[in-house]
Design a protein around this ligand. Structure first.
Ligand SMILES: CC(=O)SCCNC(=O)CCNC(=O)[C@H](O)C(C)(C)COP(=O)(O)OP(=O)(O)OC[C@H]1O[C@@H](n2cnc3c(N)ncnc32)[C@H](O)[C@@H]1OP(=O)(O)O
Ligand SMILES: O=C([O-])CC(=O)C(=O)O
Length: 374
C-alpha cells in the first residue's frame, strides 16, 4: 500500500470543516450518504431518491417521491436564450465546457435571488443538465434541434433517450441509475470543496456549481473516466493490456482511473460498477473492454498496490451503452450536482468564510528599485 503524506501538500488528511452528508473511507462500510451504505442504496433505491435524500436529509416517502419526480420532469425545458448560446458552441468544444457555460448562463436567466430559492434552483439544475448537454451535442453533431422535455421517469433514462433518440432498455436505464447514485456525493473531494469555498463567500448557487464543474473537469478528478477509456480502447486483449501497463509503469506514467486520495485498499463503488460492466459486456456480445479492464486491475494491484477508483469500470460500462467518451465526465456532473448543492446548503447553514493561511516562501522584505535600475 502507498504511504500517505498526512498534512501539507493537498491538505491531505486535514479536517477542513464538518459535514453530515457523507463518510468516505471510515472503517466498516466505506461510503455512506446520510448513514446509508452505498451498496444498499445502489441495490434498493433510485437516483431520484438519493437526490432527494441529499437535498432534504431523509429518503422520500412514496408521495414525496412521486411529487419530486413530477417536478423534475417539468423542469427539463431550456429557455430560448440558452438554446441560442448552446447553438453557438462549436462541435469540438469539450462537453465539460458546455456544462460550465450552460450552468453559468442559466444563472444569468434564472439567478438565485436569495437563499430561500436554493431548493428550487437545485431541482432545476438536476433536471436541466442532461438537456443542456444533449441539446448542444445533438445540434452540433447531428444538426438537429431536439425537444428536451421527455416523459422519462428518471434522469438516467432521460439522458439516454435524448442521446439515442429512443427510450433506453431496462438494463441501460438501471445501469445509469446506479451510476448516478455512485457518483452523487463524496465528502470534501476537490470539486465539492470548490463549491463550498464559493458558498462560503455567500455567493449564489449557480456560481458554486459552475466553479465545481471546472474542478471536476481535470483528469486527476472526474476527467479520469474519459482518460481511462482512452487507455483501454487501445488494448487489444488482456496480454496486450498487461504489456501496455508494464511499459507505462516503467516510464513512471500515471494510470488514470487508479488510486485515491482517501481510500487505502479499495473504492467501494468499484465492485458495483464493475458488476454492471460485465453484464453490459455480455449483452453487447464483446467482452474485450471488460476483460482488459480486469487485467489492468490485477496488474495495478500486483505491481503498485493501486486499485480502480469509481472512474475505471465506468469507462467500459458507458462505452457498452453507446455513450461517446467525451460525454462521460458530464454524466458525473449530472449526478454530483446533488452532492455539490447539498454541501452549499450545509456550508450556508453554518458559515464562516473559508480562508486558510500559506507558508511564505518568497523573498525577504525589499524596496522597489527605480525603473532604470531593474
Ligand atoms: C472520482 C474521482 O475523482 S477518483 C480519482 C480519479 N483520478 C484518477 O484516477 C487519476 C489517477 N490517480 C491519481 O492521480 C491519484 O491516485 C489521485 C489524484 C486520485 C490521488 O492522489 P494522491 O492522494 O496524491 O495519491 P497518493 O498519495 O496515493 O499517491 C502516492 C503515490 O502513488 C502514485 N500513484 C497514485 N496514483 C497513481 C496512478 N493512478 N498511477 C500511477 N501511480 C500512481 C503517485 O505517483 C504517488 O507517488 P508520488 O508521490 O511519487 O507522486
Ligand atoms: O473523493 C475524492 O477525492 C474523489 C472521488 O472519488 C470523488 O469525488 O468521487
Amino acid at each position: 500500500m502507498v504511504d500517505k503524506k498526512l498534512g501539507g501538500a493537498g491538505l491531505r488528511g486535514q479536517v477542513a470543516g464538518q459535514t453530515a452528508l457523507c463518510t468516505v473511507g471510515q472503517s466498516g462500510s466505506g461510503l455512506t450518504y446520510y448513514g446509508y451504505d452505498i451498496k444498499e442504496l445502489a441495490d434498493k433505491v433510485s437516483f431520484e431518491e438519493v437526490a432527494y435524500l441529499l437535498a432534504h436529509g431523509e429518503l422520500p416517502n412514496s408521495d414525496q417521491l412521486i411529487a419530486y419526480r413530477g417536478r423534475l420532469k417539468t423542469l427539463r425545458g431550456l429557455p430560448q436564450a440558452l438554446k441560442d448560446v448552446l447553438e453557438r458552441i462549436p462541435a469540438d468544444a469539450h462537453p465539460m465546457d458546455v456544462m460550465r457555460t450552460g450552468c453559468s448562463f442559466l444563472g444569468n436567466l434564472e439567478g438565485e435571488e436569495d437563499f430561500s430559492q436554493a431548493d428550487d434552483k437545485i431541482e432545476r439544475l438536476i433536471a436541466v443538465f442532461p438537456s443542456i448537454l444533449l441539446y448542444w451535442y445533438r445540434f452540433s453533431h447531428d444538426g438537429v434541434r431536439i425537444e428536451t422535455e421527455t416523459d422519462d421517469e428518471s434522469v438516467g433514462a432521460h439522458f439516454l433517450h435524448l442521446l439515442h433518440d429512443k427510450k433506453p432498455s431496462d438494463l441501460h436505464a438501471a445501469v445509469m441509475n446506479t451510476s448516478l447514485i455512485l457518483y452523487a456525493e463524496h465528502e470534501f473531494n476537490a470539486s465539492t470543496f470548490t463549491a463550498r469555498v464559493c458558498a462560503s463567500t455567500l455567493s449564489d448557487i449557480f456560481s458554486c456549481v459552475t466553479g465545481a464543474i471546472g474542478s471536476l473537469r481535470g483528469p486527476l478528478h472526474g476527467g479520469a473516466n474519459e482518460a481511462a477509456m482512452d487507455l483501454i480502447q487501445g488494448m487489444k486483449d488482456p496480454d496486450h493490456a498487461e504489456k501496455t501497463l508494464m511499459e507505462m509503469l516503467a516510464r513512471k506514467e500515471k494510470i488514470m482511473g487508479f488510486g485515491h486520495a482517501v481510500y487505502r485498499e479499495f473504492d467501494p463503488r468499484n465492485d458495483i460498477i464493475k458488476g454492471w460492466s460485465e453484464k453490459l459486456a455480455d449483452e453487447f456480445g464483446d467482452r474485450r473492454l471488460y476483460d482488459v479492464s480486469v487485467r489492468c486491475e490485477e496488474v495495478m494491484w500486483r505491481e503498485k498496490k493501486l486499485f480502480p477508483n469509481a472512474d475505471f469500470f465506468h469507462a467500459s460500462a458507458y462505452h457498452y451503452m453507446g455513450i461517446p467518451t467525451k460525454l462521460f465526465t458530464p454524466i458525473f456532473v449530472m449526478s454530483r450536482v446533488t452532492g455539490w448543492t447539498a454541501h452549499v446548503k450545509e456550508q450556508r447553514a453554518n458559515n464562516r468564510i473559508i480562508r486558510p493561511s500559506a507558508d511564505y516562501t518568497g523573498p525577504a522584505p525589499r524596496s522597489v528599485p527605480a525603473l532604470n535600475k531593474r
